[in-house]
Design a protein around this ligand. Structure first.
Ligand code: COD
Ligand code: ATP
Length: 247
């Protein structure tokens, strides 16, 4: 067993296990909506978009790399990154997007692992990872089950344009910057179809919640204390070595 010798007793062994639930989908498919439902049910969520935002904060390591690569044109008067402007650039040009992903990847992945580590230290056993690019960044191998929030393409485009008040062209560019939602759906353990009403979503969510909260099994033992520690060390060493781990 993964945690033999480190903890004694059945309850403590259970306590050493951890379930990392992957939550992903397409842009505007409803991940944040589902993620707040998890939070309302006292399940902790690590939000990759927030970590990515921190990675671009003024004078952070990621900020310096991105400004050096993209030039001061992407800055506002106050020196912060103009996210709308940078978004227009990277969502209409695949090579620039790859460049941005490559520059930010080490900060985002280490930020995600740090958050997981903090929650794990506090004894959280079920942690939801809300990561839009879970598959693209190959982080799906860390998570089980993988929950994909799906919507039909017309609904996705309409909700995206309404939410961001964007043109159809900008919205389509953003959708096309991601792996197709159909492909993500085919790789999911659990699919949440969010094409219907919010009420429909709430009902489907309740079913998913009970699946996510079912007792932890020994198939999850590799994420025990030993497993988590070695994974974390691996990531830290990888990041320090400057390896391209996820992109
Ligand atoms: C380009 C940026 C500045 C645009 O900022 P903006 O505030 O307009 O959008 P926001 O960050 O809220 O992202 C909205 C959605 O866009 C999608 N998205 C963001 N980055 C990417 C990307 N590199 N590739 C594909 N889709 C992306 C996600 O679905 C995300 O939920 C920003 O998205 C960014 O820094 N992206 C690179 C970092 C990244 O990969 N983030 C995704 C987290 S895993
Ligand atoms: N079932 C629903 N009915 C109507 N509107 C919905 C439904 N679910 C979500 N929405 C709305 O659709 C938009 C997209 O949802 P949300 O922001 O949760 O998507 P997201 O997947 O987190 O997007 P992103 O990838 O950009 O972070 C929001 O404006 C949200 O309020």
């Amino acid at each position: 067993e993964g945690n033999r010798g480190l903890v004694k007793g059945k309850d403590l062994k259970q306590g050493a296990k951890m379930r990392l639930v992957g939550l992903t989908g397409g842009i505007a498919s409803g991940k944040s909506t589902v993620s707040s439902m998890f939070k309302h049910n006292h399940i902790s969520v690590v939000d990759a978009d927030i970590i990515a935002r921190d990675a671009l904060k003024k004078n952070s390591g990621g900020y310096k790399k991105v400004v050096a690569a993209f030039g001061p044109d992407i800055l506002q008067d106050d020196g912060q990154v103009d996210r709308l402007k940078l978004g227009r650039i990277v969502f209409s040009d695949a090579s620039k997007r790859q460049l941005l992903n490559r520059l930010l990847a080490p900060y985002i992945s280490s930020g995600i692992f740090l958050e997981i580590f903090k929650l794990w230290i506090k004894g959280h056993k079920v942690i939801v990872l809300d990561i839009p690019l879970l598959f693209e960044a190959k982080m799906d191998k860390w998570t089980k089950p993988i929950v994909v929030v799906w919507v039909d393409p017309e609904t996705q485009l309409r909700r995206l344009m309404e939410r961001d008040n964007s043109t159809e062209e900008d919205a389509r560019n953003r959708i096309n910057a991601q792996m197709s939602l159909e492909l993500k759906k085919s790789q999911a353990d659990i699919v949440i179809d969010n094409t219907g009403s919010r009420q429909d979503l709430q009902e489907r969510f309740s079913e998913v919640l009970s699946q996510v909260k079912r007792p932890l099994t020994w198939t999850e033992f590799w994420l025990s204390r030993d497993g988590a520690l070695s994974a974390l060390l691996g990531v830290i060493i990888g990041v320090l070595a400057g390896k391209k781990l996820f992109w």
